[in-house]
Ligand binder design. Sequence first.
Ligand code: KG4
Ligand code: ZN
Length: 377
Amino acid sequence: MSGPILAIETSCDETAAAVIGRTTDPGRPWIILSSIVASQNDIHREWGGVVPEVASRQHVRDICGVVEAALEQAQVAASDLSAVAVTQGPGLVGSLLVGVAFAKAFGWARGVPVVPVHHLAGHIESLVLAHGEVPLPAAVLVVSGGHTSLYFIPEAGRYRLVGRTRDDAAGEAYDKVAKLLGLGYPGGPAIDRVARQGNDRAYDFPTARLTHADRNAPQATAPAGLLPADVARRVDFSFSGLKTAVLRLVRELTGAPASGKAADGNALAGALTAQQVADIAASFQRVVVSVLLDRTFEAARWLEARSVGISGGVSANSRLRADAEARAAQYGIPVFVPPLALSTDNAAMIGAAAMRLIALGASGVGYEFNAEPGLAL
Ligand code: KG4
Ligand code: ZN
């Protein structure tokens, strides 16, 4: 299996295809020959979030054109491909199915193996596409609309989950708070933008600490022995309390009733001044970013990591990027973040994760595997 591979990603609302090739440099083993992303943002914006049924139908419309464009841009003929990689999960089942069905059909028609890939392994390996092999062991935070998961990577291709969110993902909190502030969808980039005009100390939002050791406390995510018990509890995440605190503040500032159905945006947000919106966005963002970085770097130190990685859609955040650099200098651990095009969902990262599996001996599968919306890593 030495030729380039075609990679396909359709786990949520981006239809993406890429062609990834190999180099002879072990420090930078893979190269992006093309990467095409058809975003459905404009379609879902109207509904304030991703509508699964609409997303899968749009994937069906877009997938052939996106794959053709990826092959064309890479100047690679379908007959030159040595494998097809596809996101198997996690994600929306209807969306995943489109990519999986396409990959199986393509693989079967061309007589090449299909390599199913975990979406988060893709986000992790996006770091290698961007920066080459990172020093190991590494602590990598995958922070997106669906996940806030911290992995320990003792050696290439081994991913050990050490922390994750108990409720909302950080990107989901961004999206919900943006909706509440009338900033539209997707919320992350909108909050990132307006926060620049705001005072990040204007409001004091709480930080959820999952440190209580009583017997009703949820078990820490980190496997026993990897981290001291109190540290293991500290490196899980929770963002739903923060989201509720923002809702409470918005109700207080606008004089809306303190309870009732969670208001979504415009009605309440219309009563806020632009400065209030900017201050809330900046104060919310300060808490999210500091929680993400505190826990990631604390885990990295305990794990004696030689590098920290941050990937996934939220790693596009300008404050997270700037503060991560400052934290890296403070801790003396280098931090790696992918460029914007590799932060949010794309197929190049799925190709990279497949290359990793192939390098470790995977030979691809038959066509019996299926989309797994809850696939674990
Ligand atoms: O990785 P991704 O494209 O899809 C998932 O796998 O979820 O991440 C999408 C998430 C959304 O929640 C979006 O609001 C967030 O990433 N995001 C951002 C920024 N750009 C995208 N969050 C904060 N700041 C940004 N600049
Ligand atoms: Zn993602």
